[in-house]
Design a protein around this ligand. Structure first.
Ligand SMILES: *[C@@H]1O[C@H](CO)[C@@H](O)[C@H](O)[C@H]1NC(C)=O
Ligand SMILES: *[C@@H]1O[C@H](CO)[C@@H](O)[C@H](O)[C@H]1NC(C)=O
Length: 216
């Protein structure tokens, strides 16, 4: 358990008042160090004036549009939408699924996720680092947990739309979809790396890359 006050006293010379009340944990994907700067910061600096608007959002009030390739849409209510969440270590998303819709395998590097099913039913699962699939069908009113950092997914195999509210123990959990991280990264991950990793030909790698390329 990190103790910010004590840490601050220990490294007083580099502590910046107002910027040290952050989660003791990483809040961004990348923070390239400026080794000559005296300001140490994880998350966002704090603004001087605020009001109730900074603690409010209607971002997840209505269903998201699911007429896309995967048939699902994640709508976030995180620190980017709700500035008041900064340093508080929590956020929400809403996920909507068309019949047949998939929220494809992905990870949240900075948060455990708990979903609560608003409507419909979903087949969900996560995979442990021992490659064990932990899966279950869940329906309206039920809850399922995806432990921090583990690959997980949700699919609506029902005949009607489904939706969940997802809670995270991070103001900005980060999302890394496995398929697009590997096959749609820019610059691209070399074909020979993916061919060897997946034990397929580079032709097959190219085919997947073409399909997953961001739509122009
Ligand atoms: C809050 O402050 C912003 C500007 O900083 C202003 O646009 C908004 O109307 C204010 N809202 C309330 C509820 O006072
Ligand atoms: C999805 O539906 C909305 C409105 O119903 C429409 O504006 C949008 O173009 C559609 N998107 C796709 C990818 O079909």
């Amino acid at each position: 358990m990190a103790r910010p006050l004590e840490l601050c006293l220990m490294v007083l010379a580099v502590c910046y008042v107002g910027a040290v009340l952050a989660d003791p944990d990483l809040l961004q994907d990348v923070c390239v160090a400026d080794l000559s700067s005296g300001v140490k910061l994880n998350g966002f600096p704090c603004k001087e004036a605020f009001n109730a608007t900074d603690f409010f959002s209607n971002a997840i009030a209505s269903p998201g549009l699911t007429n896309n390739t995967l048939g699902s849409l994640v709508t976030a209510a995180n620190v980017v939408k709700i500035p008041g969440l900064n340093t508080l270590g929590v956020s929400l998303s809403r996920i909507d699924y068309a019949p047949g819709g998939l929220n494809p395998p992905h990870t949240h590097p900075r948060a455990t996720e708990v979903v609560f099913v608003l409507q419909g039913q979903l087949d969900v699962g996560f995979i442990t680092t021992a490659n064990v699939l932990v899966s279950k069908s869940i329906k309206q009113g039920e809850v399922f947990v995806f432990p921090r950092g583990l690959v997980h997914f949700q699919k609506n195999n029902g005949k009607v739309p489904a939706a969940v509210v997802a809670a995270f123990n991070s103001q900005l959990p980060g999302t890394q979809p496995i398929a697009t991280a590997l096959f749609a990264a820019m610059p691209t991950v070399p074909d020979d790396v993916l061919a060897k990793a997946f034990q397929v030909s580079t032709k097959e790698v190219e085919r997947i890359k073409t399909r997953l390329a961001p739509k122009k």
